[in-house]
Design a protein around this ligand. Structure first.
Ligand SMILES: Nc1ncnc2c1ncn2[C@@H]1O[C@H](COP(=O)(O)OP(=O)(O)OP(=O)(O)O)[C@@H](O)[C@H]1O
Ligand SMILES: [Mg+2]
Length: 134
């Protein structure tokens, strides 16, 4: 695990943009961290790094936003089991060619493939975040 210390949203965006360059098709990244940690901010940076021009919004109500098959951004906060995700077809994209970013992945832990990458964002103060990644 490596650690990056972010002192503001802009730094998280830029760090995530760089992080995205190390991703390859089919990678699944668990975005861990409490509410308001910066998971969605990180996802915006990854999207930029993948060359996605769309405005990235939180998929809280949609569960998953598909950015042209290149990026699948999940928010599993409102899911209570892997079976629920499976029933909605949300697991199919784990085996597709895009990158999957998953917020609140612990809610669907039993259906996640092995060898997911992990990014953990820890809130240190209002604007500082410790970002652990592998
Ligand atoms: N260094 C930082 N990195 C990221 N976000 C920061 C930082 N400092 C402050 N913020 C603020 O923290 C908030 C992070 O919100 P974000 O929606 O990304 O959180 P989240 O982890 O996705 O939460 P949720 O679990 O509710 O989806 C934003 O308001 C952002 O401006
Ligand atoms: Mg979020």
């Amino acid at each position: 695990m490596a650690v990056y210390l972010s002192r503001g949203e802009e730094q998280t965006l830029r760090f995530a943009e760089r992080y995205a360059r190390g991703l390859k098709a089919g990678d699944i990244v668990i975005l861990d961290g409490e509410m308001g940690a910066g998971k969605t901010v990180f996802a915006k940076g990854v999207a930029a790094g993948l060359g996605i021009m769309d405005d990235i919004t939180s998929p809280t109500y949609a569960y998953m936003n598909d950015y042209g098959g290149k990026l699948y951004h999940y928010d599993c906060y409102r899911l209570s089991s892997g079976a629920q995700a499976e029933a909605m077809g949300l697991c199919d994209y784990f085996y597709a060619d895009g990158v999957c970013l998953i917020e609140w992945a612990q809610n669907i832990a039993d259906v996640l493939p092995a060898n997911c990458k992990k990014v953990k964002i820890i809130k240190i103060s209002q604007n500082a975040r410790s970002i652990e990644y592998d």
